[in-house]
Design a binder for this molecule. Structure first.
Ligand SMILES: Nc1ncnc2c1ncn2[C@@H]1O[C@H](COP(=O)(O)OP(=O)(O)OP(=O)(O)O)[C@@H](O)[C@H]1O
Length: 474
């Protein structure tokens, strides 16, 4: 009754003010046993992170009894967003404590003056979320429950995030990524579909998991929160597919850093600082991207007017990596043996990952991906042939795509592998007779392949540059 009288006589806002002035000491017992936290949408001009997190968290707590929901979708977001409407209440339980959430919307008048001094009143909606619970649980709510809501919302956000591929020159029309243009990645590659050594795959997944959960560790030991991977192996063994699988697994955006588009360290720095946290910076074909070796490797030439390997490495290890969080850098190469020792030095790239020719185990993953089968009478023959010849997963994938019938596709694959084996047997006989000559020819072939690739990359870079220039002119 006393409580009712107080409620009738003193407005709620005034009650709260008195309570806070008295430190809540005197009237606490006689007033409501509940306390309400008001979470406004904005704090000044900035969005209130707790509001944002609560909204996301409450989406997962929607029950069938809720009558009014709001649904929306923003451009480029994959999923619809369903939230509770104003006035609706949601009950949550945390460590046995009952918590009541309510969405509140208050219409307000906003007075503004235009440049001629006329003022106008416009109606604005102020949104807030209220959280009520028994006041004796205040400490638990503030110290455990709200941090939990923040953590959960972060995870939910990450799950729903559309992974993007940022590159120089592939503009989607928006400039949110600064000099980078972006498209949704939509690459279907995942660790499940990736044909690679299963132990290595597990090691890599563990490494990534450890990396993302060690924010405190990196802070404690004073290391920038970044990880470097070097992927090496012949073309078509899945290096790009692995990068896509990593991005899909972590929900990190990819920045495809094409070094051949750049001319100086300062340009590189500008691009690197405009990359976002929780992203993977990819530098493909580092051995033939730019002639870094001729540009002052090892720190002799630190000029900002040139692009140097030392400039790149110093920046990755130095200032840039400490400007942000959760950075992953991936270098790929088809020729690890051609890399500058500075890149291979211990501590530079945390993990060297060899993407090999297709193994019998990798083949089983591909057969499951492409034909939907886990076993077949031809598997053992294919396994034996694969141990004899060097075939990339890309080649196997191409063969498996030639028929939807597993029997036909596998029979064709056997034929294909047998042909390869015959060719290889013939080659090795030939090699036996002309050992010295062949070695020379072989290394020339490899060099030629490398040069061809370098030329291809140069042409691609030229095209990108042209595109960028046109874009700037427009
Ligand atoms: N290990 C793999 N697992 C599953 N599919 C693969 C694998 N390797 C290659 N493929 C298939 O072959 C295609 C080409 O492979 P990918 O581009 O990933 O190879 P890469 O090693 O990056 O080649 P490059 O060195 O020429 O860039 C992929 O789109 C995929 O379909």
């Amino acid at each position: 009754e006393v409580q009712n009288m107080i409620n009738q006589l003193i407005p709620k806002a005034l009650q709260e003010k008195i309570l806070s002035k008295l430190g809540g000491l005197i009237l606490m017992g006689s007033l409501s046993p509940n306390v309400t936290l008001v979470v406004d949408e904005y704090k000044g001009l900035s969005i209130n992170e707790i509001f944002e997190a609560s909204e996301i968290y409450l989406r997962t707590k929607i029950t069938p009894s809720i009558e009014r929901l709001k649904v929306s979708k923003v451009p480029r977001e994959k999923n619809l967003s369903v939230t509770i409407n104003k006035g609706e209440k949601i009950i949550d339980v945390f460590e046995g404590i009952q918590l009541i959430w309510e969405v509140i919307c208050i219409e307000d008048q906003k007075t503004s003056f235009d440049y001629e001094g006329y003022f106008s009143n416009e109606k604005v909606e102020r949104k807030s979320i209220e959280l009520s619970f028994n006041r004796k649980h205040k400490e638990i709510v503030l110290n455990s429950y709200l941090p939990y809501v923040l953590e959960r919302s972060k995870a939910i956000k990450a799950e729903n995030k559309a992974v993007k591929l940022f590159s120089l020159g592939s503009f989607s029309g928006d400039y949110e990524g600064g000099p980078w243009g972006s498209v949704n990645l939509d690459h279907p590659s995942t660790f499940e579909t990736l044909a690679m050594d299963s132990t290595l795959k597990e090691e890599l997944i563990d490494d990534l998991d450890r990396f993302v959960r060690r924010r405190e560790f990196y802070r404690r030991v004073g290391k920038a929160w970044k990880r470097g991977y070097l992927l090496y192996g012949p073309p078509g063994t899945g290096k790009s597919s692995l990068i896509a699988a990593m991005a899909n697994y972590l929900k990190f955006h990819i920045y495809d850093l094409e070094l051949t588009c750049l001319t100086s360290n300062s340009e590189l720095k500008r691009l690197m600082v405009s990359t976002a946290n929780r992203s993977i910076i990819v530098i493909e074909d580092i051995d033939c991207s730019v002639e870094l070796e001729n540009r002052g490797v090892g720190g002799y030439n630190q000029s900002d007017n040139q692009l140097t390997l030392s400039g790149l490495l110093n920046f990755i290890d130095g200032l840039w990596s400490s400007c942000g969080d959760e950075r992953i850098v991936v270098f790929t190469t088809n020729h690890k043996e051609r890399l500058d020792p500075a890149l291979l030095r211990p501590g530079r790239m945390d993990m060297h990952i060899h993407m090999s020719y297709c193994t019998p185990c990798g083949f089983k993953t591909l057969a499951l991906n492409y034909l939907g089968i886990c076993n077949h009478i031809l598997f053992s023959e294919i396994g034996m042939l694969l141990s004899d010849v060097e075939i990339t997963p890309a080649e196997i994938a191409e063969e498996l795509m030639k028929s939807e019938e597993a029997d036909i596709a596998l029979a064709r694959l056997v034929e294909f592998l047998q042909k390869k084996k015959k060719a290889k047997d013939g080659e090795s006989k030939f090699e036996g007779g002309n050992e010295v000559d062949e070695e020379g020819t072989k290394s020339e072939e490899t060099n030629e392949g490398g040069e061809k690739k370098a030329n291809r990359k140069k042409r691609k870079a030229e095209r990108r540059k042209c595109f960028l220039q046109q874009k700037t002119r427009r």
